[in-house]
Design a protein around this ligand. Structure first.
Ligand code: FES
Length: 164
């Protein structure tokens, strides 16, 4: 994203309340993540400390500081899902996609496959606890997830067993 594109976004958010979040959301939408150089430009253009921008981006789980894959998988690690085996689902997901999921307790956990097709992250509750364990792919919720039914879910998004 260049400086002019960022100016155009800034111009759309000239009301003080929620201004930063609105701008950051639009950057995230356009770029797929929040690049460091955009944060630096934003800091200079708005006179907001870079540390403040970083604290906002790291506080809200929908912002990412890294490029994300074509499909975003979010595994719920809330209490109900945890009790029903979310950890096993996450671990199986890691095996299928060939990624490391061992640091899943980190609040900002996000791992992207080498081919950039999938990014896996975690959430605390989707409000669908009766279907625990729950995961979402590109915003579509899948309840009663198990290591066994994961391949069928992933296949809907172009994953094939031999690719793992
Ligand atoms: S704890 Fe997973 S949906 Fe509520």
């Amino acid at each position: 994203m260049d400086s002019h594109a960022l100016d155009a976004i800034i111009a759309r958010y000239d009301v003080p309340d929620g201004r930063l979040l609105g701008i950051l959301s639009e950057v995230q939408e356009q770029e797929g993540y929040i690049p460091h150089d955009v944060l630096v430009m934003l800091s200079e253009k708005l006179g907001v400390r870079l540390s403040r921008l970083y604290s906002l981006v790291t506080f809200y789980s929908f912002f990412s500081l890294q490029p994300v894959g074509e499909h975003m998988i979010t595994v719920c690690m809330g209490t109900a899902c945890h009790v029903k085996g979310a950890e096993m689902v996450l671990s199986a997901l890691g095996k299928h996609l060939g990624i490391e999921t061992g640091m899943a307790q980190d609040g900002k956990f996000a791992v992207t496959t080498e081919d950039n097709k999938f990014t896996v992250t975690i959430a605390r509750c989707f409000g669908a606890c009766s279907m625990a364990p729950v995961l979402s792919v590109d915003g579509n919720l899948y309840g009663y997830a198990t290591p066994e039914n994961l391949p069928a879910i992933l296949a809907e998004f172009g994953w094939r067993e031999h690719e793992s």
